[in-house]
Structure formats: C-alpha cells, structure tokens
Design a protein around this ligand. Structure first.
Ligand SMILES: Nc1ncnc2c1ncn2[C@@H]1O[C@H](COP(=O)(O)OP(=O)(O)OP(=O)(O)O)[C@@H](O)[C@H]1O
Ligand SMILES: [Mg+2]
Length: 493
C-alpha cells in the first residue's frame, strides 16, 4: 500500500501565500491474487477471476486465514506463528519443502542455525524420520538430545573403496600430464582386476563386478603394480642388456601424488580404514550414517565436520552425499518405495560453491538437487552468502526461507531467484527481526512472514557477549589446555 501526502514544497509555498492546506491522501493498494475462497469456505490456490477497479475490499478473519493455511499444508507441520497474527500457526507443506529442496538464507547472526534446529526438532517428532545434518562448527551436538547421533568426522571412516572410478581417478590423475591417458587406462584395468579377484568379492557371487561396484579392493596392491611398471626393465630383443619397459616412468608423478596423500595422516579416515575394510562392513557404515543401527536408532545424524581440515572435508562430504544418493536410488528400485532422507547442509557456501577448488562436493549435491526428488532424497542448503553458493542448487530450490538480509547485493541476488510476481517482497528482508523469516515458494500458500519457534534446546551458536565476559574478574588463562586440544584436534576431558 502506498500513501502520497502533501509534499514539502507545496507546504512551503502555501505558507508564503498564507493558504491553508487540507491533507489529501491518495491510497494505492497493490494486490497479488493468491487464490479463491469458495462459497462453502474451501480455498483453492490460483484464480480465474480478477477483481476490477472499485471492487469492494474485505479484511480476512483469522478463521479463514487458518483455513487457507491448513488447506495447503500437508500434515500439521508448522514453523512458528505468523508475524502479523501471532495466534495463527504458520502451517506449511513439509513434503513440498523437502521434496523440492529448499534454501535457508540470511546474514550472519540472523538466526539460520536456530531455525534449522527448530525445524529438525519438529521433524524429530515423527516416529520415523531420517535426517543427515552437516554441521561445520560443531554447533548442533546438544540440540536434539536422544533423537540424534552425533558423529565426529574425525571418527567416521569413509573408505576409499566406496569411491567410484571417476572419483578415484580425480584423486590420482592430473589430466594436464602427458602420461595421463596411460595412467587412466592402466588404473582402470588394475582396479577391475583388484575388485574381481578379491576373495571376499568372489564369495559375494555378483554376476558382474565393474570398476564402479562398491566393493572392497586392496589399494596397496595397485600401488605396488604401478611401482613395478614404473621401473620395469626388459631384456633387449637382440643380444644382451636391458631396456626400459613400455610404461617405464609413466607413473612416477602419479605415485608421488598418491603417496603424499597416503602419508598425510589427515586422510587416514579415507585411505586407511580400520573399521570399514571389507565389503561386508558397508552394511554397518550405512546403518551408522542413516541412524539405523538396530540397537541405536536415531532420527537425526549430526555429522560434526569441525575437526577435519578443509580438503579432507570436501572428499568426505562428496562421498557421503553420493553414497546416500545411490542408496536411495537403489532403495526405490528394490522396494518400489522410497526411503526419504533429508540432508541439511549448514554453511553450504563453504563447500558447495561454484568457485571452490574442490568441485566434488558441489557435484554430488547438485545431483541430489537435480534428481533427488524422484528417489525421495532432499537437500536443504543453509547459507549466509547466497551469491557464493552453487547457482545450480539454488535454482533447483522450490522453497526459500529468508531471514534478515540487509546487504543490497545479496537481496538483489535472492530477488532474481524468485518468480516475477513476488520479487517486491525482498525489500522486506532488511526489516526482519532475529528469528523472523519469510517463507516463499511451493511449501507455503503465499509468501508469509513467520516468527520461527525458538528451538529447545538451542544450538550452541550464541553471540559472544564481550561486555559480559569482560566484566568478569581477571583470572589466569589456561593457554596450555587450548594448545593441547588444538594439537590433539579434540577436547580431552
Ligand atoms: N527464533 C529466535 N528467537 C530468538 N532469538 C533468536 C532466534 N533465532 C536466533 N536468535 C538469536 O540470534 C543468534 C544467532 O542465531 P544463529 O546462530 O541461528 O545465526 P546464523 O544465522 O546461523 O548465523 P551464522 O550465519 O553466523 O551461522 C542466536 O544466538 C540467538 O541469540
Ligand atoms: Mg549458523
């Protein structure tokens, strides 16, 4: 609604002339047609009749508003209350929110992590739900109580043998090298043999094992063979003496690259699995990641990625996401029914960015965003930097839950992701209070401003209070304990 009042210049000239001005306000109402209320009170989205100029306007009663929101919601899932009508639950369609993927956007401190905790606590109220939360700062370990299994990424193993051939090649081969085609061909050949010949895999009785079949193989035997070929000498055809073998020197750089990875302790959870080092152990690994261990069933699995360094984190995330995608694909194929998995990726701009040097996590996530709907695997990305996020993922999102965004460039970026008719709403982003959000898209009847319910317990993401902490009496700082934890990469209790 726009109001035009008397301008300052008119007031001034009237004062000079000694005139008296009567305030004449012009009111303009901009309307967006949302849906149609039937005579029986039923509500339908969309309309085929538009109001004309001078048509009467009525305020809608709370009862009708409730009807409108409820008719659209699937189940009784509510995010909080409407900001404009505090008694009205903000009912939303969770199927649409998850099924068509979502983005939770807002500037730092806007309340994203709290919102995620609040949503997941509600999701955990379902008797059987499956959520994987990628937690970059270790904020959520206490947010879900008994409903969650918190796995430290430093403890979970995502073994190399789960990688498909493409992912393994990506780790080993530098395509710029002239010997890359030879390395590529030889690696595939050795990988095929290593998987086929491993006694455990033979016993699995699979009809066909390919280089992508997720079964255990011994990486070391492949490395030994590379070493042999790299230094192989053959007898000369005529006469005495030796000459270099056909692949002599072709693998020197590959071996160097591979060995530096293998010797890098940070990669032990990928290259030196202690728990998951047989094809049979894959069952346990998936049960753990999905929270489906029979004696310890959990609805939410929090993968705490804070203890692992950046590059390892990328490999870990990409492998986890790809494996979950494949799992839900095959689950649908086997059972004809889906096993819904919701993945929540906090701080997604860090590892799902278009500009990141490690493209693997983004590619795995994009695949879920593009094809996951069909198999019941959903991705919700959470980010304070929408401009740095993968544009493919954002454009696949059917719902946007936007918290406070005051940066005009970020606002403009989000505006471009929205349908034309509701782009104007982005101007409200900067007026949102903490914990207030506007939900836009498939999952809500109409763009709605919501006061998101406070999570209980809250995630550990409070602002540091300088004033409070600096007001304490000075005490001795335990530097050693901090350094010790830093060096150990864990808090020793
Ligand atoms: N629904 C809410 N009700 C009351 N206070 C809230 C709410 N949501 C957030 N806050 C306040 O805002 C602070 C920051 O919230 P939160 O950690 O969720 O921000 P964030 O958007 O995740 O920030 P970052 O991008 O830095 O991770 C919280 O510590 C809390 O004090
Ligand atoms: Mg956060």
């Amino acid at each position: 609604m726009r109001e035009a009042s008397i301008g300052a210049s008119e007031v001034k000239s009237a004062a000079v002339d000694g005139d008296f001005l009567i305030e004449q306000v012009t009111r303009q109402l901009v309307t967006i047609p949302v849906g149609t209320l039937g005579a029986d009170g039923s509500f339908e989205r969309g309309t085929n009749i538009l109001p004309t100029v001078n048509a009467p306007v009525f305020a809608v009663l709370p009862k009708t508003i409730n009807q409108v929101y409820t008719s659209f919601a699937e189940g009784d899932f509510s995010l909080g209350q409407l900001s404009l009508l505090p008694d009205q639950e903000a009912k939303m369609n969770l199927d649409a929110f998850l099924g068509r993927h979502a983005a939770i956007l807002g500037q730092t401190g806007g309340g994203k992590s709290w919102t995620v905790a609040s949503i997941l606590q509600k999701i955990a109220a379902f008797p059987q739900s499956t959520v994987l939360l990628l937690d970059l700062h270790g904020e959520y370990s206490k947010a879900f109580g008994d409903n969650a299994e918190v796995i430290s990424a430093a403890d979970i193993e995502m073994p190399y043998w789960l990688m498909n051939a493409e992912e393994l090649l990506g780790l080993m081969i530098d395509r710029a090298e002239s010997s890359a085609p030879n390395q590529n061909a030889k690696f595939k050949e050795l990988l095929q043999a290593a998987k086929e010949n491993h006694p455990e895999n033979v016993a699995l009785g699979l009809e066909k094992i390919t280089i992508d079949t997720p079964v255990y193989f011994d990486l070391d035997s492949i490395i030994q063979e590379f070493k042999r070929l790299d230094t192989e000498m053959q007898p000369k055809a005529a006469g005495s003496g030796l000459k270099q073998g056909p692949l002599y020197g072709q693998f020197t750089r590959l071996l160097m690259r591979l060995e530096s990875r293998l010797n890098d302790r940070r990669y032990d959870l990928i290259f030196k699995p202690k728990t998951y080092n047989t094809s049979g152990s894959m069952d346990d690994l998936f049960r753990k990641v999905l929270g489906e261990e029979p004696s310890n069933r959990k609805k939410i699995v929090v993968l705490d990625l804070s203890p692992v360094p950046f590059d390892v984190r990328g490999s870990l995330i990409s492998l986890t996401l790809r494996c979950l995608f494949d799992f839900s694909y095959w689950h649908s194929r086997v059972n004809g029914e889906r096993y819904p998995i919701a993945i929540f990726a906090d701080e997604a701009h860090i590892y799902l960015s278009d500009a990141s040097s490690d493209q693997a996590p983004r590619e795995s996530a994009e695949r879920i965003a593009k094809e996951g709907r069909k198999y019941g695997i959903s991705l919700t990305v959470i980010s304070q930097r929408p401009r740095e996020m993968s544009s493919t993922i954002l454009s696949q999102c059917g719902s946007f839950l936007c918290l406070r965004i005051s940066n005009p460039d970020d606002q403009a970026y989000v505006r471009n992701l929205l349908p034309d008719s509701i782009r104007g709403i982005t101007s409200m982003f900067s007026s949102l209070r903490r914990g207030e959000a506007i939900l836009i898209g498939d999952s809500m009847m109409m763009p709605t401003r919501i006061k998101v319910d406070r999570p209980d317990p809250t995630p550990n993401s409070n602002d540091a209070s300088f004033v409070k902490l600096w007001s304490n009496d000075p005490s001795d700082l335990d530097v050693a304990a901090v350094l010790d934890a830093w060096r150990n990469q864990k808090v020793v209790e």
